[in-house]
Design a protein around this ligand. Structure first.
Ligand SMILES: [Zn+2]
Length: 110
């Protein structure tokens, strides 16, 4: 079972990153969004998924919400997460934009 406290911490980190204008560009050639990525290292894949589930729709109003989410989903995939994100996030605000997140900046996609 994921620690729900960690899911809340993850959610707070997501808001903090966008509110404080942390670089969340997955393709940043200057910093590689390293500060944000390093903070994500405090969470397991399961905790990240639980955190994504509880992000509310107001999060999507941030200009950088899609690239920020893209870093999270890329990280999950890169670290061998085998769950089905589409079904896990179905019916959640993140689930609604998942296709957009996965396809964000196609030319750089896997
Ligand atoms: Zn950067």
């Amino acid at each position: 079972m994921a620690d729900s406290n960690k899911a809340l911490q993850f959610r707070d980190l997501m808001y903090h990153a966008l509110e404080s204008k942390l670089c969340v560009n997955p393709f940043c050639t200057t910093c590689g969004a390293l500060k944000f990525r390093n903070k994500l290292k405090n969470f397991t894949n399961e905790e990240i998924v639980e955190g994504l589930k509880i992000l509310s729709s107001d999060f999507m109003h941030f200009e950088e919400s899609i690239p920020c989410l893209k870093i999270c989903t890329s990280l999950l995939i890169a670290s061998g997460f085998e769950g089905n994100l589409k079904s896990l996030l179905e019916g959640t605000p993140v689930g609604m934009v998942l296709k957009e997140v996965i396809n964000y900046t196609d030319e750089y996609d896997y």
